[in-house]
Write a protein that binds this ligand. Structure first.
Ligand SMILES: *[C@@H]1O[C@H](CO)[C@@H](O)[C@H](O)[C@H]1NC(C)=O
Length: 366
């Protein structure tokens, strides 16, 4: 009499097991990932530079005319540039698709940078064909034309055994070459400062002005306000990889890694995934060096899902935030949209209609 119900129980148990197994197999990437990101603060640290230099700036600060005073505030002396010596500043970026941020960046830095070095490829780091956005939109940057040094880097599908990280390294090497060639054309007495930052890491104009005036040493990292999708979602002062370096032709190279422990506080903005269209999100997700995150889960590229995360500040890969402390992890899991657009790049606010997608309330993407 009890047999049928036992059989039924067994049958149900098997069904549940199959269900769990199927779920685990289908979501193995997600599960592995959640485990590793949830425990990350226990086993990993982001190796950020530890010596944070306090940064002083207010509207109307006269960095150039009061260099002595302003430098001394930061613990530096004014830069000693001999009469026959010139100081040049290069901004060196690898172009992906971010034309809007490039426009904001170049206008922010216009007064403090001499040359804009741009490298662009027709393939992503993962070897997929991509549009050469800069080359195809050159006229948009016409007013900078005589200060742009552009190099096209032919791309190709990944060779076997080659990873996106290899291609990224090769691209950085090409940028080192381009910097060397540019520096070589300057007079031998020239001191050259090179801004080494990703395109979406924008130093504030006053930061570069300060570092031109003051002798900060050979290199210093730049701490940026970290934003996601737009300046509406603020993650904290956690961006540290960018740096500015007094270029030494013998030893310097274009890097995005730790070069020392010193970092200048609150030096600009890092806007990750700050794209105008949904299509760009999908392209970036497929072309990013972390494209392993997609892990075969095609629905991650679903446009309505992408729109939803951009408007709610959730992770675009459906993962936990990449945080190195539980305080950051929990605060980044449910972000509150920022209502302030105070202290953003000036050009952005002067053209607020054009760039509304980067500003509070502008999360809807075409
Ligand atoms: C990129 O451009 C090069 C040279 O113009 C060409 O040979 C190559 O096929 C292109 N690669 C892709 C992925 O489109």
């Amino acid at each position: 009499m009890r047999r049928p119900s036992r059989l039924l129980a067994l049958f149900l148990a098997v069904l549940v097991c199959i269900g769990l197994l199927t779920y685990a197999v289908q979501n193995q990437y997600q599960i592995r990932n959640t485990l590793s990101y949830a425990t990350r603060p226990l086993w990993d640290s982001d190796d950020a530079p530890s010596d944070v230099v306090p940064h002083y700036y207010a509207d109307g600060f006269h960095i150039t005319s009061d260099a002595e005073y302003v430098c001394q505030l930061h613990g530096w002396s004014a830069r000693n540039v001999a009469p026959d010596t010139e100081l040049k500043v290069l901004d060196a970026v690898m172009m992906s698709s971010e034309l809007d941020l490039l426009e904001v960046r170049m206008n922010e830095l216009e007064e403090v940078v001499d040359f804009f070095l741009i490298i662009e490829s027709n393939a992503t780091f993962t070897g997929l064909e991509k549009e050469t956005y800069f080359a195809n939109n050159k006229e948009r940057f016409g007013k900078f034309a005589d200060r742009i040094v552009y190099r096209f880097l032919p791309g190709y599908p990944l060779k076997s055994g080659e990873t996106a990280w290899d291609v990224e390294r090769r691209t950085r090497d090409a940028m080192s070459d381009l910097i060397r060639e540019s520096v070589f054309r300057f007079s031998p007495q020239t001191q050259t400062l090179v801004i080494m930052a990703d395109l979406d890491e924008i130093p504030a104009r006053h930061t570069v002005a300060l570092l031109k005036e003051c002798d900060f040493g050979k290199s210093i990292h730049l701490q940026f306000r970290n934003y996601l999708y737009s300046f509406e979602w603020y993650l904290g002062l956690s961006s540290w990889r960018a740096s500015i370096m007094l270029w030494d032709p013998k030893t310097s190279f274009y890097r995005h890694s730790k070069s020392g422990e010193r970092i200048l506080a609150d030096s600009g903005w890092h806007c990750s995934y700050c794209f105008r269209t949904i299509k760009e999100y999908a392209v970036k997700m497929k072309g990013f060096s972390h494209s392993d995150r997609i892990g075969g889960r095609i629905n991650l590229l679903d446009p309505s899902r992408i729109q939803d995360v951009v408007c709610t500040g959730k992770d675009i890969f459906g993962m936990l935030p990449e945080a190195y402390s539980y305080k950051d992890l929990f605060s980044q899991m449910s972000l509150t949209p920022l209502k302030s657009a105070v202290g953003l790049p000036r050009y952005l606010l002067e053209n607020a209609n054009k760039f509304s997608f980067l500003l509070p309330g502008g999360c809807k993407r075409p």
